[in-house]
Design a protein around this ligand. Structure first.
Ligand code: ZN
Length: 411
């Protein structure tokens, strides 16, 4: 039987009807609504006769045995942020269900095919993203910290997980799920404006950006706004302001999709009658290439030192968080390009700013690639998130072709 991409679109609407409200999707992980979505998914997969298993991290796996035990993985996440969109994460899952149906009807595939619905990609309730996939990849190393986390109602993370049959202490046992994997494929909405601006329905994801996140504190001297002449000020905000403008030049100079954001500046004493004594800035820099990311960071550090000197103030840097860039597999990138070109005429390669479960799988050393489908106005994590039906259907078609090509190349 052939693929029915229009069924995927209908099922996405059905899921939204079942688990959303007037404010958007409400499938926050470790809630009853999320569990209802998982039960709904379970029923959708039953006709394919795939075996279901929920692993130690709460990931839901559906396995269609092939001639070989080696497995091709298709992944997504059915959880959403509160008041989320109707496509983020669940398009991936439902496109994979459609591909699974097609494969099941075609007979025994050469490779085992496994659909994984990752648990808690969004981290919406406890502020920790990629829970299930980081457990499976083995990169989860913050279990002590996770034990202490509480949601807005004061419920501890281990208790919320236990209510859904997951024991935090055993979550890393999910690692065995990746032992037989030969490749991992994921389809996702872009969540950004690039494909729409190029008027292309589909793109191939090169990998996920590395991130360098720092707090930068400029220190000057508080002084009276009326009595301190302009040439005798040590104004911490002047350093912060120069740096904010310079990071845009740094991103432009480095290119290749580089982005730099100063998302917060807090000034003290923060009153209209005083020169600013301290300006605390939060800087986020991202690039797909580790060398260029390091270059961006050192450029920003040098610029901050220069501006501090010019303004007669001091500057200190402290790392908040970082992650290395995670490039996807070259061979799969080519197959993904072919698949996109076949269904949409032309393809485009782009990096992903957001992290995805696919990045965790790639980190575990499994050849990985993602397809992006255009997002209207680049909006996501809001009920306004949308993609044209015809583009959603093309994305299912391209994902199916990628599955077939990967099966041939890795089988
Ligand atoms: Zn997502």
């Amino acid at each position: 039987m052939s693929l029915s991409p229009d069924r995927t679109v209908a099922e996405l609407r059905e899921l939204q009807e079942l688990t959303g409200d007037a404010n958007g999707a409400q499938r926050v992980a470790w809630t009853d609504t999320w569990e209802r979505a998982r039960q709904w998914l379970r029923e959708k997969v039953v006709p394919t006769a795939a075996d279901e298993e929920v692993d130690e991290a709460g990931n839901q796996w559906f396995t269609l045995p092939g001639e070989s035990d080696r497995a091709l993985l298709l992944g997504g996440h059915i959880d959403s942020v509160p008041n989320g969109g109707w496509l983020d994460g669940c398009l991936n899952v439902l496109a994979a269900v459609e591909v699974l149906r097609r494969i099941a009807e075609d007979g025994t595939p050469p490779l085992t095919v496994r659909l994984v619905n990752w648990a808690d990609e969004e981290g919406a309730r406890f502020g920790r993203s990629l829970f299930g996939s980081s457990a499976a990849s083995g990169s989860m190393s913050d279990q002590e910290e996770l034990r202490e986390r509480r949601d807005a109602d004061g419920i501890a993370l281990p208790d919320a997980l236990a209510a859904h049959g997951v024991d935090l202490d055993r979550a890393l046992e999910a690692r065995r799920q990746l032992e037989s994997a030969v490749a991992y494929l994921e389809l996702h909405i872009e969540q950004g404006p690039v494909l729409e601006s190029l008027d292309l329905p589909l793109g191939v994801v090169l990998g996920t950006f590395g991130v360098e996140r720092h707090q930068i504190v400029f220190r000057g001297q508080a002084a009276h706004a009326g009595s301190t002449p302009m040439d005798q000020r040590r104004d911490a905000l002047a350093g912060a302001s120069k740096l904010e403008l310079e990071i845009r030049e740094i991103a432009k100079r480095v290119g290749g999709g580089a982005v730099c954001t100063m998302g917060s500046v807090v000034t003290k004493p923060g009153i209209v009658t005083s020169v600013v004594e301290t300006a605390e800035c939060l800087l986020d820099q991202r690039h797909l290439d580790a060398t260029w990311l390091a270059e961006m960071l050192s450029n920003a550090e040098a610029a901050a030192r220069k501006f501090a000197h010019e303004e007669g103030i001091e500057v200190e840097w402290e790392k908040v968080w970082s992650i290395e860039p995670i490039p996807f597999d070259d061979r799969l990138l080519d197959l993904a390009d072919e698949s996109v070109r076949e269904v949409a005429g032309s393809s485009h390669r782009l990096p992903s700013g957001p992290l995805h479960d696919a990045a965790e799988v790639a980190r575990a050393g499994i050849p990985t690639v993602m397809l992006f489908v255009q997002s209207l106005r680049g909006l996501s994590h809001t009920k306004l998130e949308n993609t044209k039906d015809e583009h959603l259907e093309l994305s299912v078609e391209a994902f199916d072709r990628l599955t077939t090509k990967t099966m041939q190349a890795f089988g």
